[in-house]
Design a protein around this ligand. Structure first.
Ligand SMILES: [Zn+2]
Length: 275
C-alpha cells in the first residue's frame, strides 16, 4: 500500500494563496490507484511528485467544496486518456454527482460517462472497486451532503473528510490502520463544522488507529505549526500521529510503514502493517 499527499492545505486563505498545496491524496492498494479529493492544482502536484495519473482507477470525491474537486474533470481526463478510453470509476456524495443547493454538479455528463461507471454514495452505504470495499461515513460539515470514506483492502484506511467531531464518529472508523483527519484548526481554535486539535484527539483516542495523519491545514493551524499539534496529540492519545506535508509518502514494505518526505528522504518507519 502507498499513500501520496498531493497537498496538505485547507481553508480559503491557505488554498487561494497555495501556502500549502491542495491536490488531494492518492491511495494505491490491491492493484488500484484512487485519487481522492483532487482540489486546485492536482495535475501540477501529481507531476511535481511523480504520480502518473494515467494509472488512476477511481476518482473519489467527498463533497462539493472546490478545494476538494477543482481539478476533478481533468483527473478523469487523465484516467480516460482524454475520454478516449472508457475506464475507471467515479464515486462521490450526492452533492458531488447531482449538485446540491448552491453547488452545481462537480462533473459534466460528458466526464461522468467517460468512466466505466459512476456512483453516488450516501453515509452508511458501501461499494467496491476491484478488491477494495469503500464505505461512506457521515460528516458534520457546512456542506451537509458530504461524506468521509473507509477503504478496506489489505489495509484499512479511514478519511474523515471535512467536518467537526460528532458523538459516535469513531464507530465508523473502527479497526483502521491509518486514519486521515482533515484538521483545519489547532488547540483552542474552534470553527463550527470543522475539526480542531482537541476534537481530533477525541476521535483518535476512541478510534485507536495504528497511525493518525493530519492534513487540510488552515492559516491558524500553520501558525501553530502542525507538527507541534501532532506531537501534542500523540502525547495525549498514545497513538502515533503525524502532520502531512505536501508530497509526503507513506508506503508499506515488509510489514513496516515507511514515512518519506517529498524527494524521498526517509523520515520514520512503523512496525505492524501488512505489505
Ligand atoms: Zn469543505
Amino acid at each position: 500500500m502507498k499513500i501520496v499527499f498531493l497537498g496538505s492545505g485547507g481553508g480559503r486563505v491557505v488554498v487561494i494563496n497555495q501556502l500549502r498545496a491542495s491536490g488531494g491524496w492518492i491511495l494505491e492498494m490491491d492493484d488500484q490507484m484512487f485519487h481522492i479529493d483532487p482540489g486546485p492544482g492536482a495535475l501540477a502536484r501529481a507531476k511535481q511528485y511523480g504520480v502518473p495519473l494515467r494509472r488512476v482507477t477511481g476518482v473519489i470525491i467527498s463533497h462539493a467544496h472546490p478545494d476538494h474537486y477543482a481539478d476533478a474533470e481533468m483527473v478523469v481526463e487523465a484516467m480516460t486518456l482524454g475520454t478516449k478510453e472508457k475506464r475507471g470509476v467515479i464515486i462521490g456524495s450526492a452533492s458531488v454527482i447531482k449538485g446540491w443547493e448552491k453547488h452545481h454538479p462537480v462533473f459534466s455528463p460528458y466526464h461522468l460517462n467517460a468512466a466505466e461507471r459512476y456512483e453516488i454514495l450516501e453515509p452508511g452505504k458501501e461499494t467496491s472497486i476491484g478488491k477494495i470495499r469503500i464505505k461512506a461515513t457521515p460528516t458534520n460539515h457546512g456542506e451537509e451532503r458530504g461524506i468521509g470514506f473507509v477503504f478496506e483492502g489489505k489495509n484499512r484506511v479511514g478519511y474523515t473528510s471535512d467536518g467537526e467531531y460528532f458523538e459516535g464518529q469513531e464507530k465508523h472508523f473502527s479497526g483502521c490502520d491509518i486514519l486521515i483527519i482533515n484538521c483545519l484548526r489547532p488547540r483552542g481554535e474552534r470553527w463550527p463544522t470543522h475539526m480542531n486539535s482537541e476534537q481530533a484527539v477525541k476521535l483518535i483516542s476512541k478510534t485507536r488507529p495504528k497511525l493518525a495523519v493530519l492534513k487540510h491545514f488552515g492559516m491558524r493551524m500553520l501558525k501553530a505549526v502542525p507538527e507541534k499539534e501532532a506531537a501534542w496529540m500523540e502525547k495525549e492519545t498514545g497513538i502515533k500521529t503525524i502532520a502531512a506535508r505536501d508530497g509526503m509518502v507513506l508506503e508499506t514494505r515488509d510489514g513496516k510503514m515507511e514515512i518519506r518526505l517529498s524527494g524521498g528522504k526517509r523520515e520514520d518507519s512503523l512496525e505492524g502493517f501488512l505489505k
